[in-house]
Design a protein around this ligand. Structure first.
Ligand SMILES: NC(=O)C1=CN([C@@H]2O[C@H](COP(=O)(O)OP(=O)(O)OC[C@H]3O[C@@H](n4cnc5c(N)ncnc54)[C@H](O)[C@@H]3O)[C@@H](O)[C@H]2O)C=CC1
Ligand SMILES: O=C1[C@@H](O)[C@H](O)[C@@H](O)[C@H](O)[C@H]1O
Length: 346
C-alpha cells in the first residue's frame, strides 16, 4: 500500500541485501516507498528500479541522499563506503538505516557517533537484524525474566555456505562475527572488554585462502565468556545457533527440533535455511517496518531510530578491531573504547 504520506526512501547499493530491502519496502511493509535507487553499477540500479513503480535511478550516491524526493536512506553498500555516505546523511539531516558494519574501524565509527551527537538527533540505525528475530527475542526474555538464572557462558555457531570472492579473513570478524558481538551486547546488556581469535586448521575444501573457520572468545565486563565458531565456507547451508548457559539452566536457539545431523538443505529432520535472507527474512521485515514507523514519528521526538544505533555500531567496531588484531597474533586483545558518558547525546 502506498500513498502520498509514505516515507520516500533512497536505497544505495542494490546487490544482495539492497535488492532484498527494495523488495521488502515495496511489497512487504507499509508506510514507505522507494523513490530513488543508486548503485555503483548503474545498470544494476536500472534493473532493480524497473521492478519498482515510480522509482528513479540517481547515478551519484551523494546526490541520491540529498535528493528532494528522499526523506530517508537505506545504505546497503559495502562497509568501506558507509563512512562517507553516513556523513552525507547527517549533513542532509536525513534518517538512515545503515547495514552493518557501521564503518570498518573504530575511529571512523566514533567520528560518526560524535557527529550525530552534535546534531542532537538520533538519525542512524544499524542493521543488526538479529535483535528483531523472534527466537533472539525469546532468548532475551528468558534471560531478563530470570528463567536461566545468572547467565555465565554463551556458545555460538555461525555458518555460511559461502561468502563473496572479495571476502578476506578480517571480514570474517568484521562482517560475520560482528553479529555475535552485537548479540552479546544485546542479550547481556554489557560491553565486551577483550577478544581472542583462534585459528583452527583451515577448510581445505573452500577454494580460498581464508583463515576459515575462526573461533572467537569474548570476555564481558562482568567476566562472562562467549565463544563463537565462525565458519563461512561450509558449502552447505546457513546455520546460526546460540546457546546461553546460566546458573539455573540453559536455552538454545537456531537448532531445528529433531535435527541431529546436518549435511545440506532439507536432508535431515527439520529444515536448514540456505542463506540469511531466508533465516532472518521476518527479522529484516520487522527491522525495516519498525524503522519506518520511528522515522515517521521522529520529528516529534528527535529520535528516528527503533533498535541499535550509532553507539552500538561503534561498540561493535571497537570489539571487531580488537578481534582483527588478535587474528593476526593469536593473543587476547583488550578492547579500546571511549566512555559513552564522555560524548553528551551519544
Ligand atoms: N544484516 C545482514 O544480515 C546482512 C548485511 N549485509 C551488509 O549489507 C551491505 C551490502 O552487502 P551485500 O548486499 O552482501 O553486498 P553486494 O556486493 O551484494 O552488494 C553491494 C552493492 O553495492 C554497490 N556499490 C559498491 N560501492 C558502492 C558505492 N560507493 N555507492 C553505491 N553502490 C555501491 C555494488 O555495485 C553492489 O551492487 C554490507 O554492509 C554487508 O555487510 C550483507 C548481508 C547480510
Ligand atoms: O551479515 C551477513 C553477511 O554480511 C555475512 O557475510 C554473514 O556471515 C552473516 O551471516 C550475514 O548475516
Amino acid at each position: 500500500m502506498s500513498d502520498n504520506t509514505d516515507l520516500r526512501i533512497a536505497v544505495l547499493g542494490v546487490g544482495m541485501m539492497g535488492a532484498d530491502h527494495v523488495a521488502r519496502i515495496t511489497d512487504r511493509i507499509s508506510g514507505a516507498r522507494v523513490t530513488v535507487i543508486n548503485d555503483y553499477l548503474t545498470e544494476k540500479a536500472e534493473q532493480v528500479a524497473a521492478t519498482v513503480p515510480g522509482a528513479r535511478v540517481v547515478a551519484d550516491p551523494l546526490e541520491a541522499i540529498a535528493a528532494d524526493d528522499v526523506d530517508a536512506v537505506v545504505l546497503a553498500t559495502p562497509g568501506p563506503t558507509h563512512e562517507k555516505q553516513l556523513l552525507a546523511c547527517l549533513e542532509a539531516g536525513k534518517p538512515v538505516m545503515c547495514e552493518k558494519p557501521l564503518t570498518t574501524d573504530a575511529a571512523t565509527s566514533l567520528e560518526i557517533v560524535k557527529r550525530e551527537a552534535e546534531l542532537g538527533r538520533k538519525l542512524i540505525q544499524v542493521g543488526f537484524m538479529r535483535r528483531f528475530d523472534a527466537e533472539y527475542e525469546q532468548l532475551k526474555a528468558a534471560i531478563v525474566g530470570g528463567e536461566l538464572g545468572q547467565p555465565l557462558v554463551m556458545h555460538c555457531a555461525h555458518r555460511n555456505p559461502a561468502v563473496p570472492p572479495y571476502f578476506d579473513s578480517a571480514m570474517i570478524v568484521k562482517d560475520s562475527i560482528v553479529h555475535e558481538v552485537d548479540v552479546t551486547r544485546f542479550l547481556f546488556a554489557e560491553e565486551i572488554i577483550s577478544v581472542q581469535v583462534i585459528r583452527p586448521t583451515a577448510n581445505s575444501l573452500s577454494g580460498t585462502d581464508l583463515q576459515d573457520p575462526q573461533i572467537a572468545i569474548f570476555t564481558t565486563e562482568t567476566g562472562r565468556h562467549v565463544d563463537v565458531e565462525a565458519f563461512v565456507t561450509t558449502g552447505l547451508a546457513y546455520e546460526v545457533r546460540t546457546e546461553v548457559v546460566g546458573e539455573l539452566g540453559s536455552a538454545m536457539i537456531g537448532l531445528d527440533v529433531g535435527l541431529v545431523r546436518k549435511t545440506r538443505p532439507g536432508v535431515w529432520g527439520g529444515t536448514i535455511t540456505p542463506d540469511f535472507r531466508v533465516r532472518f527474512g521476518a527479522a529484516y521485515d520487522a527491522e525495516i517496518q519498525r524503522w519506518v514507523h520511528a522515522v515517521r514519528s521522529g520529528a516529534e521526538t528527535g529520535n528516528y531510530v527503533d533498535g541499535p544505533g550509532a553507539w552500538d555500531g561503534y561498540a561493535a567496531a571497537a570489539v571487531c578491531e580488537a578481534g582483527v588484531r588478535s587474528l593476526e597474533t593469536g593473543e587476547r586483545v583488550t578492547v579500546d573504547m571511549v566512555d559513552r558518558a564522555s560524548i553528551p547525546g551519544a
